[in-house]
Design a protein around this ligand. Structure first.
Ligand SMILES: [Cu+2]
Length: 147
């Protein structure tokens, strides 16, 4: 009798922890703006710039009237100036980066959403249309551990 009760308690506890871990985590909403208007030149902004680990839903808007832009992101622990860069094409060398994610070639005035699952760490986000990375279309992004 006692043995059976212990077994039932263990079974219930195990089921409970399974249900907890199976609960879906709401994605964190992040807004990305790709811009080349005004006196400030090109920019890429990510708000908020720090999110908890897990699913993240990026809503990305190309605010340009004329140019294509894009939003690429990858784990990168050092300064973005250390990214492999091809002077000839004026682009970050994507072939040398293994964990690149994001959305390429947004048309002017286009908005897209993309959902990524991110682990803790420091990231760099950038636009890789020729010359745009150099022209300040880059930002750092942080993913903290979930408590
Ligand atoms: Cu761009």
């Amino acid at each position: 009798m006692l043995r059976r009760n212990v077994f039932q308690v263990l079974l219930t506890a195990g089921l409970f922890s399974f249900m907890q871990s199976a609960l879906p985590v709401e994605p964190t909403a992040v807004t990305v703006r790709l811009s080349d208007g005004g006196s400030t030149g090109m920019s890429l902004t990510v708000v908020p710039s720090t999110v908890p680990a897990g699913p993240v839903e990026f809503t990305i808007t190309n605010e340009s009237r004329a140019l294509k832009h894009e939003f690429l992101i990858l784990p990168w622990s050092t300064d973005s100036s250390a990214l492999p860069y091809d002077q000839k094409t004026q682009q970050v060398n994507e072939n040398r980066l293994s964990e690149l994610q994001g959305v390429e070639d947004l048309n002017p005035r286009e908005t897209v959403t993309t959902r990524l699952v991110l682990r803790p760490g420091r990231y760099v986000a950038f636009c890789n249309e020729p010359g745009h990375f150099r022209d300040a279309m880059r930002a750092t992004f942080n993913v903290s551990s979930r408590k």
